[in-house]
Design a protein around this ligand. Structure first.
Ligand code: ADE
Ligand code: ZN
Ligand code: ZN
Length: 268
């Protein structure tokens, strides 16, 4: 996602944090976050050029098939296993489990938190689990209405911008409130399933990646060819998917953080 997508995911997550998790997050946030996790959630993208090794951690690609397989697809260009968005979520989750250890954790847990919050957002952007061949839609040139764009950017940014303009007075807070209302009303029957994660310690990021490649095939890539113009037909059938993925990402980020930090309390 772009900046706004990441901020909204984390604003939703903040509303679902337990007391213990909220306190741990406050403790780990840097001063400049102003006490809000959401302000730090786009951070990992600003580091993409400084932390070169972290660039593949934002996504995973498949060999042009509509399924995700961790051992086949989760690696960087040098073939190192686990160097993709799913591996990153599990790795930073493991690091955060050392919060409160004595002697003090040797990880920079402030960075671990900011990476984790960002990558849980990214794994829910369908095209962050896309085809290798087109780099998750980055090499598919399209027009978004009259503007030139690529398909990946349409899903990171353009759909969200258009929805905010059309429905929410260009306000992220209004959009977050609407998603929140949907979570407690329209989607309330689904939220339990979204949170259903039987893995004891690892996260269910692998499942979220499987959902994303399916949505890429059934929505993002569907009926798209080079230089196509995407307008109302595409927009009105795809924006509900974007809204749902932002909300799911928020709920699941809170779930992961609550498990990490509530677990700590249960241990002691
Ligand atoms: N670069 C290469 N593949 C990508 C993807 N699926 N998402 C974002 N950036 C990428
Ligand atoms: Zn992206
Ligand atoms: Zn990213």
């Amino acid at each position: 996602w772009g900046k706004e997508g990441h901020i909204m995911v984390c604003k939703i997550a903040e509303k679902y944090l337990s007391e213990e998790a909220a306190a741990a997050v406050q403790d780990l946030l840097p001063e400049l976050a102003g006490g809000e996790l959401s302000t730090m959630c786009p951070w990992a993208d600003t580091m993409r050029f400084r932390y070169h090794w972290a660039s593949p951690l934002h996504y995973a690609n498949t060999p042009n098939v509509c399924n995700f397989n961790f051992s086949r697809d989760c690696h960087n260009s040098r073939g190192e296993q686990g160097m993709c968005v799913v591996g990153a979520i599990n790795n930073y989750t493991d690091q955060l489990y050392t919060y409160g250890d004595s002697p003090k954790s040797s990880y920079n847990l402030t960075e671990s938190l900011m990476f984790l919050a960002h990558f849980v957002g990214d794994v829910h952007q369908p095209l962050h689990v896309g085809y290798e061949e087109d780099e998750g839609g980055n090499t598919i040139m399209v027009h978004w209405y009259r503007r030139k764009a690529n398909l990946h950017h349409v899903w990171d940014v353009s759909i969200i911008d258009t929805v905010m303009k059309d429905f929410y007075n260009k306000s992220m807070d209004t959009m977050v409130d609407a998603l929140q209302t949907n979570l407690t009303e329209g989607w309330s029957d689904d939220v339990g399933h979204w949170e259903n994660c039987a893995n004891k310690k690892a996260t269910c990021a692998n499942d979220y990646a499987i959902e994303s490649i399916n949505l890429s095939c059934n929505y993002a890539y569907k009926d798209v060819v080079q230089n196509i113009t995407l307008g109302d037909d595409y927009y009105f059938t795809r924006y509900p998917v974007v809204e749902k993925r932002l909300a799911q990402a928020g709920v699941r980020l809170a779930l992961i953080l609550n498990r990490i930090f509530d677990k700590k309390k249960a241990d002691t």
